[in-house]
Write a protein that binds this ligand. Structure first.
Ligand code: LLP
Length: 456
């Protein structure tokens, strides 16, 4: 009797999990309520769309905290000296930055604008590392005044900062970004440590670079940096590149007597956007990276350096969604197009990298999927297709779609193309929600524009 019951239970369970949406398994902040609506952090997204309009970015603060803690724990349980420098470019909304600051996160910044934002939220300068290629003199000055670590992208950049430091008589902590010449498996635009890449200095000029920095009275050499790319799902290239970075740290000690305070292995760990995409636990990356570092510390008898990590997408990526309303449905001899009120101005990743974002019919999540459609953006560009050949339930005009995993590189890459104002953004935290960015108005589109007198 007991066995029969067990078998029956197993059948029910398997039927249930077949019908269950794959993303609910790991994106535990998403759910479905009794109205068959998508929820985020327990909040009904249909209500949010009604209250704030669409397109609308929604981000779950608790999920950000959870992911931050998980990432940190994976590394600091293996290595005692870890600091996370959250990559601001992934999502620079002030409320998100405040949440991460409160958790103790530092910042990886790449522009004067990101430095300004970091200072605005009151982040301590010593927690900030300024990377970025082609920094202007103005940005270097600003960074020097602020007191952040300056991570050089080239020897030329270092020479420019030398002049500024001498002029200001100010000491600064510096490091170099190294191009370790590794090729992770990712979209070609997202690999940044290839031999032919524009970033960093190549291994063969590292000694020369550090030697020159060492001889300059206003520099305090602090570390070495790499960032090999983004949306990487395999820890192998990290092992390879970390090993090269540590060999360079060994060389710096042996040849120049320079001992580094930190090793920065960058960001880039990927997330699962798609059902058939593998998801690699962060602890696998941590194990491989830390193991490599420990071995090399021994080999070169180094002082244990701080380990800096610069995750962006892994922390905020799946915390955010983009809600968009269906405005038109059009059947052509080629496809059925579901026309929505968002476009690549709000989510550029599908167009720029052929990226996949899961699309969910947010007001009828668990309805049976029936037809394969294209989701078309509202911009006047034929490339403005946000999702191709997706199996969705029968979508109707006025339905609400949610693009998942839009917490990273969505709003931070948005534009006002076709004179479409920036969407609003809502934060969900502890079961409550807060407007954190007002929707731009048409008037905002004209802000800062001037018409010369003779044209008026
Ligand atoms: N550190 C540096 C120096 C970086 O340039 C980046 C990202 C990161 C850290 C963080 O990488 P993450 O952990 O977020 O992968 N727009 C692209 C991603 C470009 C990433 C650029 N650099 C996308 O939407 O996939």
């Amino acid at each position: 009797m007991r066995r029969v019951f067990l078998i029956f239970f197993m059948i029910i369970l398997s039927l249930y999990s077949q019908g269950k949406q794959w993303f609910l398994e790991e994106k535990t902040h998403l759910g479905i309520n009794e109205k068959n609506h998508l929820t985020i952090g327990g909040v009904d997204v249909v209500n949010l769309a009604e209250e704030f309009g669409t397109p609308l970015y929604v981000i779950d603060g608790n999920r950000i905290i959870e992911r931050y803690k998980e990432f940190l724990r994976a590394f600091d349980s293996l290595y005692p000296k870890v600091e996370i420098k959250y990559a601001y470019k992934a999502n620079t909304s002030l409320a998100v930055l405040k949440i991460l600051k409160n958790q103790g996160a530092g910042a990886d910044i790449v522009s004067g604008g990101e430095l300004y934002v970091a200072m605005t939220i009151g982040l301590a300068p010593e927690k900030i590392i300024f990377t970025g290629n082609n920094k202007t003199d103005e940005e270097l000055r600003m960074a020097l005044d602020a007191g952040v670590i300056i991570n050089f992208d080239s020897i030329h950049e270092m020479e420019r900062l030398k002049k500024i430091c001498a002029e200001k008589k100010k000491i600064v902590r510096v490091s170099f970004r190294v191009n370790p010449s590794v090729s992770p498996e990712t979209h070609p635009h997202l690999a940044t440590g290839l031999w032919k890449s524009k970033f960093g200095i190549h291994e063969d000029s590292v000694l020369e670079a550090y030697k020159s920095a060492k001889g300059f009275e206003y520099f305090k050499i602090s570390g070495i940096h790499m960032h090999i790319g983004s949306q990487i799902l395999d820890s192998e290239p990290y092992k390879e590149a970390t090993s090269k970075l540590m060999d360079l740290a060994g060389k710096l000690k042996n040849h120049l007597g320079v001992e580094l305070d930190f090793i920065d292995v960058g960001g880039g760990v990927g997330i699962r956007y798609k059902k058939d995409m593998k998801s690699v636990p962060i602890k696998n990356f941590a194990e491989d990276i830390v193991k490599t570092i420990k071995e090399k510390i021994k080999e070169y008898n180094l002082k244990q350096p701080l380990l800096y990590l610069e995750p962006g997408r892994w922390i905020v990526g799946d915390a955010g969604i983009l809600l968009t309303r269906v405005s038109t449905i059009k059947k052509t001899p080629f496809k059925k197009f579901i026309g929505v009120d968002a476009g690549f101005n709000t989510l550029v990743r599908p167009v720029l990298y052929d990226a996949y974002h899961e699309v969910v019919l947010a007001n009828r999540v668990n309805e049976k999927s029936e037809e394969e459609v294209y989701v078309a953006g509202n911009l006047c560009e034929s490339g403005d297709i946000l999702a191709k050949d997706r199996l969705l339930p029968k979508v109707e005009e006025n339905d609400l779609l949610a693009f998942l995993d839009a917490g990273a590189y969505a709003i931070s890459m948005a534009s006002a193309y076709n004179s479409r104002p920036f969407p609003a953004e809502v934060l969900v935290l502890n079961g409550k929600y807060y407007l954190i960015r007002e929707r731009e108005s048409y008037k905002d589109l004209l802000r800062n524009q001037l018409i010369p007198e003779f044209l008026k």
